[in-house]
Design a protein around this ligand. Structure first.
Ligand SMILES: NC(=O)c1ccc[n+]([C@@H]2O[C@H](COP(=O)([O-])OP(=O)(O)OC[C@H]3O[C@@H](n4cnc5c(N)ncnc54)[C@H](OP(=O)(O)O)[C@@H]3O)[C@@H](O)[C@H]2O)c1
Length: 321
């Protein structure tokens, strides 16, 4: 069985990954995975994701149960598992055979084919968790526009799509408006703003524009987005594509009642996972998903990871095993 293994000496596609697997969880024949920002870091040997070696990379897996001692899962069931330590402390989805945590895996939801679930992957599932959080905090389309940062990325693209499908007015922030403006409008963006427009240090309280924010970039852009959120609006912070820093003031929180909501997809409860996957099955336009998805095999994942980190990709990359 082949898989992409991260070792102290480097990262490579290897044979014999079944030798690495423990007997925890249920055995899965992996059919698909995908490429996320964290996968880009792991397969290019950068630090910050893989915490023990050797480890099979891939933070997502979609596959069929091959063997199970857990009565909730039968041989042949299709499951999707995102995060849950995959590619951090547990062997991940870039292998033809894997072990899955049967407590955190969810069934591929009705309305999505297994490969569509994989194309959405952690990025799509995180976008859904973020949108669900905004709605849980009381956000409705009547409250005003929602800003999505890193809009051409995986999280951003799916967030634009889900928000638009739910009737929200969406403002997409991107560093590539000329190249991808039409793409973002096709996903449902109503306005497009440039990365530069929020990229410089600004006042702690600015003109209140956005009822909600889905932020996957962090840093100065997140600080300015918070400063432009309307009273009692919510900012869902889920990423750090620009920076892990938050050079912000508490003023929007104490004078406007803005909520800063953190999103953690890795250890989300199984109930939240199932909710997010139901939202994706209902809210994603499958033709658009197909149009924004590129496909690679295991042989090309490492090169695709370099491309992702260099900002040469957009949308989603499906990995076919
Ligand atoms: N909280 C969680 O559990 C969770 C789950 C999934 C992902 N994440 C995080 O969310 C972030 C996005 O993930 P993803 O899979 O969507 O990645 P991605 O596909 O690489 O997209 C990131 C997007 O951010 C923008 N961007 C890149 N570099 C930037 C910079 N220096 N300054 C400002 N914007 C920049 C780009 O969009 P434009 O070209 O349109 O500006 C890029 O397409 C990552 O930090 C990832 O680790 C967190």
């Amino acid at each position: 069985m082949r898989g992409i293994v991260v070792r102290d000496e480097g990262v490579a596609l290897e044979d014999g990954v079944e030798e690495l697997l423990s007997d925890e969880g249920i055995l899965v024949e992996v059919a698909y995975s995908d490429l996320n920002y964290k996968d880009g870091l792991a397969v290019t040997g950068r630090p910050g994701v893989v915490r023990q070696k050797p480890l099979v990379a891939g933070i997502d897996m979609v596959g069929r149960v091959a063997e199970s001692n857990d009565e909730r899962w039968a041989k042949g069931d299709w499951l999707v598992l995102n995060g849950a330590g995959l590619s951090e402390t547990r062997h991940g989805g870039y292998a033809e055979l894997a072990r899955a945590d049967s407590d955190l895996a969810v069934r591929v939801p009705d309305g999505l084919e297994p490969e569509q679930a994989a194309a959405l992957g952690t990025a799509g599932y995180t976008a859904a968790l973020s949108v669900l959080r905004l709605v849980m905090e009381g956000l409705t389309p009547e409250d005003g526009p929602v800003l999505v940062t890193g809009a051409t990325g995986g999280v951003g693209s799916v967030a634009v799509m889900l928000l638009s499908a739910a009737g929200f007015e969406v403002t997409a922030l991107t560093g590539r408006p000329d190249k991808f403006g039409d793409y973002l409008r096709g996903l449902g963006a109503d306005q497009i703003v440039t990365r530069e427009s929020l990229g410089q240090p600004g006042r702690p309280m600015q003109k209140a524009l956005y009822a909600g924010v889905v932020d996957s970039v962090g840093g100065q852009i997140l600080a300015n987005a918070i400063a432009q959120t309307i009273p009692h609006g919510t900012v869902a912070a889920c990423g750090l594509a620009a920076s892990p820093d938050l050079p912000a003031s508490v003023l929007p929180f104490i004078l406007r009642g803005v909520t800063l909501a953190g999103i953690d997809s890795v250890w989300a409860t199984v109930e939240d996972r199932a909710d997010a996957w139901r939202v994706l099955a209902r809210g994603v336009d499958l033709d658009q998903l197909d149009a924004m998805t590129s496909r690679v095999g295991l042989d090309d994942v490492i090169t695709a990871g370099e491309d992702l980190l260099a900002g040469r990709l957009h949308g989603r990359t499906l990995v076919e095993l």
